[in-house]
Structures are given as structure tokens and as C-alpha cells.
Write a protein that binds this ligand. Structure first.
Ligand SMILES: Nc1ncnc2c1ncn2[C@@H]1O[C@H](COP(=O)(O)OP(=O)(O)O)[C@@H](O)[C@H]1O
Ligand SMILES: Cc1cn([C@H]2C[C@H](O)[C@@H](COP(=O)(O)O)O2)c(=O)[nH]c1=O
Length: 235
């Protein structure tokens, strides 16, 4: 029985790597599949992993109809047993419904990979529909971490190193841990994975570093006062 499976997690937890591995394993056993992606960081018509793997893919656009794409290939004599759908958060709810229909009516396995929530911690429309329709949701085993060491559960967006919670939902980009690039031209948009506690408090690695630096550079007397308290006892 074919399935619609949604492999989800934060940014940088290995989704594209797993997408390419699954494609490889199914292909190696003689199954035929189609790889799809939308807005991959590496450019159009590609699935790229930070581990260095990459494969060509069909670029999904607003007008892509997964049902028609599959029927066209099958009518042309190609095997289509499964679909690999990367960056599925960017698909429309209607496209996710086409994927579910392919599972139910054409027995095609659909393996979708994507982040569930955006930088405002709101569901992407495509991910919402996948959560609603998937046979299974698989949370990836490899965990992206927050700078504090906890499991990262949220994707923060930074502009010139500062976490923001307003802006366009879709801005293609990569994770950065080191704040703004010195002397760079326009605003630098990046992402950072955080635990909920630090997401809610808006404490990125850069902000935490600044706070630590500020503590260290307190005037000696004030620093000693904070450290020892009025009784002279270390706190
Ligand atoms: N230099 C490296 N050495 C080992 N693993 C790495 C390296 N760079 C990235 N990775 C792994 O790749 C993962 C990101 O994979 P990727 O498929 O690009 O993630 P996603 O598609 O979820 O954003 C990281 O969580 C990490 O485990
Ligand atoms: C949180 C968030 C992310 N994006 C973009 C940034 C990246 O291009 C992709 C996620 O890719 P990954 O392979 O999972 O790292 O999504 C966005 O457009 N809007 C957001 O809010």
C-alpha cells in the first residue's frame, strides 16, 4: 500500500540528505521515481544537502500539477513508483492534495520533506496540509541544536544578526551562527535554529555572545559587587 509520508524537522536537520538517500535506495532496487523541489538554496531544479550531495530535480512552481506530471510520464512508458518532494513547505495546499490523490488512486508512494513552521513559528500552508493529510509524520532522528545545547525546535530569522518576527514568509537562505558579516552591503538575512525558550526570548547565539561580553566588560567594582554581594560572599 502506497503512503504519503511527511518527514519534518527544523532547518539543517538532514531532510534533503534523507531525501537523496531514500531516492538512491528505491532506485537501487529498480523502482522508478521523480525528484521534486522548490526554491532550493543551491538554485533551481536541484536538491542539495549540506553534506555535499546534490541531484537534479523538477522545479515546482505555482502551476505544477503533480497528478499531470505523473500521468504524463507513465503514459510515456516511464515507471513512477514514488515521488521525492523536497522543500514541501513551499507547495500549495492544492498541490499537497494532488500528492494525496496520487497515493490513493495511483498507488504512488510520496515522500515529502520540509520544515513545518516559519520564522514566526506559524505553519506554512503546504506543511499544514501535509500534517492534515499524511499517513505518517516522521520527525528526523538527527536533531539540530540550539546554541545552549538543547534540541532546536524553532527556525529564527535574523536580519543583520538581529532576530526578527515580521517580514515575508518566504525568503530563501541558510543557517548562520555568527551574527552579521562585517562590512557587507545590504541587509544580511540568515536563519538560526533555537530551542523554544530562546526563540520566545529572542536570544540567538549572537545575542547571547553580546550579553556574555557585556557581563565580562562590567567595570571591575560593579562586577565585584554583583559577584560578591554586599556581604562580600561569592554568590
Ligand atoms: N561538515 C559536516 N560534517 C558532518 N555533518 C555535516 C556537515 N555539514 C552538515 N552536516 C550534517 O548535515 C545536516 C544538514 O543536512 P541537510 O540535508 O542539508 O539539512 P536540511 O535539508 O534539513 O536543511 C546537519 O544537521 C549535519 O548533521
Ligand atoms: C524559517 C523559514 C525558512 N525559509 C527558507 C529558508 C531555506 O531556504 C528553506 C529551508 O531550507 P532547509 O533545507 O530546511 O534548511 O526555507 C523561509 O523561506 N521562511 C522561513 O520562515
Amino acid at each position: 500500500m502506497a503512503e504519503l509520508v511527511f518527514f519534518s524537522g527544523t532547518m539543517d536537520c538532514g531532510k534533503s540528505t534523507l531525501a537523496l538517500q531514500m531516492d538512491h535506495n528505491h532506485r537501487a532496487r529498480g523502482r522508478g521515481g521523480i525528484r521534486f523541489s522548490r526554491n532550493d538554496r543551491a538554485g533551481e531544479s536541484v536538491i542539495s544537502s549540506r553534506l555535499g550531495l546534490r541531484s537534479d530535480a523538477v522545479e515546482v512552481g505555482d502551476g505544477t500539477d503533480f497528478w499531470e506530471e505523473t500521468v504524463r510520464r507513465r503514459t510515456g512508458g516511464l515507471r513512477v513508483d514514488y515521488l521525492i518532494c523536497d522543500e514541501a513547505q513551499f507547495y500549495s495546499p492544492e498541490q499537497v492534495e494532488q500528492l494525496a490523490r496520487l497515493v490513493d488512486e495511483m498507488d504512488v508512494d510520496v515522500f515529502a520533506f520540509g520544515i513545518t513552521t516559519d520564522f514566526r513559528a506559524r505553519l506554512f500552508p503546504g506543511s499544514q496540509r501535509l500534517v492534515e493529510l499524511a499517513d505518517r509524520i516522521e520527525v528526523l532522528q538527527v536533531q539540530a541544536l540550539c546554541w545552549c545545547g538543547r534540541r532546536a525546535t524553532h527556525n529564527a530569522r535574523t536580519v543583520d544578526g538581529i532576530m526578527v518576527v515580521t517580514g515575508e514568509q518566504v525568503v530563501v537562505g541558510d543557517v548562520v551562527d555568527d551574527g552579521p558579516a562585517p562590512g557587507s552591503g545590504g541587509p544580511q538575512i540568515g536563519y538560526e535554529t533555537l530551542c523554544r525558550r530562546h526563540y520566545m526570548r529572542r536570544v540567538t547565539a549572537h545575542a547571547a555572545g553580546l550579553m556574555a561580553g557585556r557581563e565580562q566588560s562590567l567595570p571591575f567594582e560593579l562586577d565585584a559587587c554583583l559577584w560578591q554581594g554586599s556581604s562580600g560572599q561569592a554568590k
